[in-house]
Design a protein around this ligand. Sequence first.
Ligand code: ADP
Ligand code: MG
Length: 259
Amino acid sequence: GADADPLLKIESVLMQFGGLKALAGVDIAVRPGTIHGLIGPNGSGKSTMMNVLTGIYIPTGGSVTLARDGGMQRLNGRTPSEIASAGVARTFQNVQLFREMTALENVLVGLHHTFKGTIVDAIFGTPRRRREEREARVRAVAILDFMGLGGLAQVEARNLPYGKQRLLEIARALALDPVLLLLDEPAAGLTAPDIADLTAIIRKIRDAGITVILIEHHMDVVMGLCDRVSVLDFGHKIAEGGAREIQKDPKVIEAYLGS
Ligand code: ADP
Ligand code: MG
């Protein structure tokens, strides 16, 4: 909702590569249950922000905190796997799937963290291990169904049409059971019908209670989906607001025309 406490607080985040400030002190508050757009011309710092949020880059300054168990938990300085365990999942700008594995196996990889058994359980295939694997399979199938990929569970990732591969990446991210899902240009390279499917699915994910940060070049997708949009240009946040307001903002128009 509009006045809820933020789920994610990005405060004064600075990411410096040598003399280049890819992020020059950015503040963004993401409210729970929303789709928050992150837009800006090429090179404005969007993917860098994704990498900071997921622990791939350690920011040079500022802080990133996530609301958990009634408090704000610090994310910056933690490893990517710690951040994933805290409930932040992502997809990449380029599809990154296990190409020779089936769709189901790709989602199962994302579910391995749910196995509580020891290495002994894994090696000897104890009843506990077998039960965990059965449960993971049921969950993986449910996630594929949710994504509209149920009929493709046994197809190898490399044999899926590109649009389905993008959905499978999101399915694998959902296997982490995230509170926050980060999507980096999910509509890139998709056909119009695939974009329509993707848009419906992202909305369904939001409606299931998962907060989404969406980086996207397709303005119609951003405008159709986002509850709120932050605009980056040369590492600075130059505008923020509802999708409609942002579109009319002279600073935003200028940034895009200049690119
Ligand atoms: P966007 O995703 O908005 O297109 P990026 O975040 O990829 O932009 O890049 C922002 C700026 O930071 C660019 O000038 C880019 O060249 C630079 N940059 C990104 N990652 C690195 C890195 N690992 N080392 C040096 N410069 C980088
Ligand atoms: Mg990028």
